[in-house]
Design a protein around this ligand. Structure first.
Ligand code: ADP
Ligand code: MG
Length: 619
């Protein structure tokens, strides 16, 4: 364990402090100093806390989940206006509970609206979400400004302060404590969420829909939930803001501010929760300074801070593409670094095991599977079966339709006609996560790993469907036993595949050959009965190929059915029990390696075309 940890971290030696200790010390220092800090500092810190609460939602959405929203300021506005309107309405005025009902109202409205926006846009890929959030950001601003009952451009005044246990939080010094407590609580919960099964699923969103869905992750649902979560954090910030300022008007909820909030998340460090706090602090202080300095330098006639601000952002993003937090972490790594916790500190109940079907059972059956792309028939009435305990290879020249067929039998795409059965169940119209749930594991022709994450995390994602705990359980750390069991299973598969020394290594720093093996370990973590491997030997060196062969032979002996597309003929001929040969979308031969090699049609297909793989071995 220790050796693998030190292998992942080049500079040796114990750090002076762990991030956890440093965080606790910083919080304690802030808490002690709070009563003595000047009013102005307290006000600025409170603002930073409010912005950071929004930015941390954006870090989850943008940095971790790969989605962009320009409209967060509008969600802040929703939270602020909901409570302001409710608390000043004649029926609730003067009632101590009113702000809490205002909070509930703001959250409910935000939830409904974010869910609706997400449901409309998030299933579509590309730029729909960013565009839609811009439209939303603009329209709420104008709506607020034009609604008489919300005070139009003047807004709503006379918002009462928060009262907690009879204590009135009327000053920034009092409410600031609540703001920072809420922020720290959010950071804690989000940190927990990211460090869990569901967190891995959220991170997988960035690895592309195809990969995540194949691991059993419902990507559309996770994207919507993430969007709603970020919106709710913004609404809470708005609620606090309204009770801090004690009045609201449309200006702070303009699209410009939404863009600034996105800057905060990105500048701080898109994928890092504390980066949001850093970004919020830097940009708030910077704006403060620019407002002081620029009029003196350039005169008061123009609105120069927007220009200077934009230029500074460009420079920062140019220089630090991943934000400032990773740079800060790198610079301070000598002193501040996490100390690895020994694995399996929690007693783990083993995960439920899937009983593998008896050898010889038909696992996967394709019947007359046809796929047309316009006029092109990429798969023409292909029939094939895969049994438990066999390796079935799919070969054929480039463009023969192998990858298309793989997509048909893994739920990535639907056949134009024909029928695919997995474990005797018709799978027509099912998404690939349904295939995963029924016992299919797969790897990809182009490796799809989360390069910055450890091998352990990547492999544990493969076990996604073997756990049940959801977001809330993860945030509250109620998932620890299940999480330990999932990680233990991932470790087991990593060791089984011979990568035990690389458990904590970021996946991207392994050789391509090893990354392919990580993908196999990830598939195995789902305890599949059927394994689909798309060119597993590509890019492997001779010894690595031998090790891969041995692993597949062992898996076959355990009773898995393995369907493999492979170009390396030596590898295929030595390993496969049966081979199906495709050409121009049709099956031209099927049989044992010896039968296929002697088949004149196969020789013709390989010798007649430009391909000479059968003779020459690996291309
Ligand atoms: P292989 O994996 O055997 O090299 P493919 O399955 O990738 O072959 O491709 C089979 C044929 O289908 C090729 O002629 C390819 O150009 C075509 N094809 C594959 N995918 C698509 C698509 N999404 N749209 C149109 N044509 C496609
Ligand atoms: Mg292909």
């Amino acid at each position: 364990m220790n050796s693998s940890v030190s292998a992942a971290v080049p500079d040796e030696g114990r750090p002076l402090v762990t991030p956890r200790t440093l965080t606790l010390v910083a919080i304690a220092a802030l808490a002690l100093a709070w009563g003595w800090l000047p009013d102005f500092t307290v006000a600025v810190l409170s603002n930073i806390g409010l912005y950071a609460l929004v930015a941390v939602g954006l870090v989850m959405l943008t940095g971790v989940g790969g989605m962009t929203s320009f409209g967060q300021a509008a969600f802040v506005g929703m939270g602020a206006y909901a409570t302001a309107w409710l608390c000043t309405s004649p029926m609730a005025a003067g009632w101590a509970l009113a702000p809490w009902i205002g909070l509930a109202l703001g959250l409910a409205l935000t939830f409904a609206l974010a869910w609706a926006l997400g449901a409309v846009t998030l299933k579509l890929s590309g730029h729909y979400l960013p565009l839609c959030t811009i439209a939303w950001g603009l329209s709420l601003y104008f709506l607020l400004g034009n609604m008489a009952f919300l005070g139009g451009q003047t807004g709503i005044t006379g918002v009462p302060p928060l009262v907690v246990f009879g204590l009135s939080l009327a000053t920034p010094r009092a409410l600031g404590v609540v703001i920072w407590a809420v922020l720290l609580l959010a950071l804690w919960a989000l940190h927990n969420l990211l460090d869990s099964r569901e967190g891995r699923a959220i991170r997988a969103l960035k690895g592309g829909r195809l990969m995540a869905e194949s691991m059993g992750v419902d990507t559309a649902r996770h994207r919507i939930k993430l969007f709603v979560l970020a919106a709710l954090l913004a609404a809470v910030s708005g609620w606090l803001y309204a009770h801090l300022q004690r009045f609201v008007n449309p200006t702070p909820f303009h699209l410009n501010i939404g863009i600034e909030m996105l800057f905060m998340a990105v500048v701080g460090g898109a994928g890092h929760l504390w980066g949001a706090v850093l970004g919020a602090a830097l940009i708030t202080l910077l704006k403060e300074k620019l407002q002081d300095v620029l009029p003196a330098l350039l005169g008061t006639s123009g609105n120069f801070e927007v220009v200077v601000f934009g230029l500074l952002m460009l420079v920062v993003l140019q220089r630090f593409a991943d934000g400032l937090w990773p740079t800060l972490a790198r610079v301070t790594r000598r002193w501040v670094r996490p100390v690895a916790v020994p694995a399996a500190a929690v007693a783990t109940a083993p995960l439920e095991q899937r009983a593998l079907p008896a050898k010889g059972t038909v696992l996967l059956q394709a019947d007359a599977v046809t796929k047309r792309f316009g006029g092109l028939v990429a798969n023409d009435a292909i029939a094939m079966t895969l049994n438990a305990g066999e390796v079935h290879a799919l070969i054929g020249p480039n463009g023969a339709g192998k990858s298309t067929f793989f997509n048909m039998v893994s739920g990535v795409d639907d056949p134009t006609s024909g029928d695919v059965r997995l474990m005797a169940q018709p799978m027509a119209g099912q998404p690939s996560r349904a295939f995963a749930a029924r016992g299919m594991g797969r790897t990809f022709q182009h490796v799809r790993l989360l390069g910055q994450r450890s091998v352990l995390e990547n492999v544990a994602l493969g076990a996604h469907l073997r756990g049940q705990r959801g977001w809330l359980a993860a945030m509250l750390r109620l998932d620890r036993a299940e999480e330990a069991a999932l990680l233990a299973e991932a470790r087991r598969q990593i060791e089984r595949c011979g990568l035990g020394a690389h458990v904590d290594t970021p996946a991207a720093s392994l050789s391509l050959g090893r990354q392919r093996v990580v993908e196999i370990a990830r598939a195995l973590a789902g305890q599949p009965a059927v394994l689909l491997l798309d060119e597993p030997a590509a890019g492997l060196r001779h010894l690595e190929k031998r090790a891969l062969s041995d692993l597949l032979i062992q898996l076959r002996a355990e009773g898995l059915g393995i369907l493999v597309v492979e170009h390396d003929m030596e590898f295929v001929m030595n390993l496969a029990d049966r081979i199906t040969v495709l050409e121009f979308g049709r099956v031209i031969a099927t049989g044992t390696p010896a039968e296929v090699q002697a088949n004149p049609k196969v020789l013709e297909a390989y010798l007649g075309g430009a391909d000479d793989e059968l003779l020459g071995g690996a291309p």
